[in-house]
Design a protein around this ligand. Structure first.
Ligand code: FAQ
Length: 311
């Protein structure tokens, strides 16, 4: 019986049929999805902090309205992804507990500070750009709820990427001080964005299995290369440079070669030693504590009106 279930699962994955919440699936497949989807959801929620830092200081009403909408979208993505993770039989409470206790990760990129207004542009262009490059293939992920969530999330991310690009373009074409601020932001965000794709393939412990299960469709290095190839011409149009003296077009490979990535920095950030790790987690825990009354009120309301609702 177990053998048959596994065969059915393997055939469904090979045939590119979606696995749905009520279908049988191997425990390790379920655990991998919970790990990746939860990390993704946590990233969206923690990822609200760096940009939210600039909402009160946005330079115009138009920029403020756009930024508020973007940060709100990120909250929506987080909630959508927590719901997708919940279809695998884990509660949101448990996932949040794992985040707050440091047992589950969130993306390394959100442990860097947003020092100037131009950082909002660099995050949109580079961080959302990297997120889209990584997430478009996830629209074809074998797990139905995650794949479907990705379709909508990618549409919103591509709007985010364009707003960042447009913001940087305006700064780049502005005064010399604005141009310098845009360049400085790109200098600081470029290398951390390349790290978003994860460790090099040779050190990526989960890639082989996740690719066999059609959760990941491309390796970390493949997607990182795709991102570099997309960014080089965009930087040129922006009138900004990328902070890598070794960037060179490789005719033979048909790709841009880039200089070495500082993997020691990446590992330090994952160990909790990035510039903002402590601040980000503390802020998240505080927001959760301060929201306790909302959860209690919602639970009391549900108890009074019947758990099923609608009565
Ligand atoms: N940061 O074996 P692999 C966004 C961990 S976009 C922290 O290669 P895997 C949008 C990895 O979890 C950002 N940890 O792992 C936004 C594993 O540790 P574990 C979120 C990282 O899963 C924009 C270990 O290293 N996007 O939020 C990182 O096969 C602007 C070994 O690595 C996603 O999560 C990292 N950068 O591949 C929001 C996309 N890289 O779990 C606001 C979905 C690796 O064993 C503002 N996730 N690790 O403890 C994925 O595609 C994959 O999980 C990868 C990693 C590619 C991130």
């Amino acid at each position: 019986e177990a053998r048959q279930a596994l065969d059915r699962f393997d055939r469904a994955v090979a045939a590119e049929t979606r696995i749905e919440p009520r279908d049988w699936m191997p425990d390790a497949y379920r655990a991998t999805l919970v790990r990746q989807i939860a990390q993704h959801a946590h990233s969206e929620i923690i990822g609200m902090q760096p940009e939210a830092n600039w909402i009160t200081r946005a330079p115009s009403l138009r920029r403020k309205a756009i930024l508020i909408a973007k940060v709100q979208d990120e909250a929506g993505h987080g909630l959508y992804l927590y719901s997708a993770a919940e279809t695998l039989g884990v509660s949101r409470e448990e996932l949040l507990d794992r985040l707050h206790s440091g047992r589950q990760k969130y993306s390394s990129i959100f442990n860097y500070p947003t020092l100037t207004w131009a950082d909002v542009g660099a995050i949109g262009w580079l961080v959302d750009g990297a997120a889209i490059t990584n997430q478009v293939p996830l629209c074809r992920c074998s797990y139905g709820p995650y794949a479907r969530a990705m379709v909508r999330i990618c549409k919103e991310e591509s709007f985010h990427q364009r707003q960042g690009y447009e913001l940087l373009l305006a700064l780049s074409r502005g005064t010399p001080a604005q141009h310098a601020m845009a360049q400085d932001a790109v200098n600081r965000w470029w290398w951390p964005s390349l790290m978003m794709f994860g460790p090099p393939d040779a050190e990526s412990e989960h890639s082989a299995r996740s690719m066999a299960w059609n959760i990941k469709r491309h390796s970390n290095d493949e997607l990182r290369q795709r991102f570099v190839d997309i960014c080089v011409p965009q930087a040129e149009t922006l009138g900004l440079t990328l902070p890598d003296p070794e960037l060179r077009w490789n005719e033979e490979r048909g790709h841009w070669d880039h200089g070495p990535i500082d993997w020691e920095e990446f590992r330090a950030v994952l160990r909790g030693q990035g510039p903002c790790n402590a601040q980000r987690l503390e802020q998240r825990r505080r927001a959760h504590r301060e929201g306790a009354w909302v959860r209690e009120a919602a639970a009391a309301y549900a108890a009074r009106h019947g758990a099923g609702g609608g009565t």
